[in-house]
Design a binder for this molecule. Sequence first.
Ligand code: E4P
Length: 218
Amino acid sequence: MKFFVDTADIADIRSLAETGLLDGVTTNPTLIAKSGRKILDVIAEICAVVPGPVSAEVAATDYDGIMREAKVLRAIAANVTIKVPLTPDGLRACKALSSDGAMVNVTLCFSAAQALLAAKAGATFISPFVGRLDDIGYDGMELISDIVQIYDNYPALTTEVLVASVRNPMHVIAAAKIGAHVATLPPAVLRSLYAHPLTDKGLATFMADWAKTGQTIA
Ligand code: E4P
């Protein structure tokens, strides 16, 4: 399973990239606003740090506007992935952009029918939002399961399921058990995957016992 980080905070991205386990980055207008920076600058900086796909979301909602903005975003770097909303205009743009060789992430997916349309439009990634579905009393992970099953039925579809709106490590484990291709995680959730109290306790014991030996490894 690939791990993307869902943030526009360059300091967080740099430190997570150093782990060697970061496969890509997703941003959205809310995250860009939170960064307080200009989208073109921040996306260029992220692309220089992370060689994998970096999703930059268009702000236009009409086809012509999406295509205009996509041209500007694509010019930033080869690893920019154009993020478009799951609307008729967004999917029309997805079809045109993917046919032209661009990577496209279709965002704001909340149903299996929407995911099927995105795959037919040639999306590189479909982003179903599990946390936001859970928030309103639906089972976000059931949607992931449905989409993976549907895509598996049609091997010609190459769209990857990018689990978005992830809130906790259990979302990550559930998505991995289903076989989703990618999860995009807030930095805190990505860091929490390392944590287990028995790891900390065991390491403290090993270090204390090692100190008693008076040895060094050199
Ligand atoms: C995905 O690409 C979105 O940027 C993100 O996962 C949305 O998450 P949220 O529901 O926590 O805002």
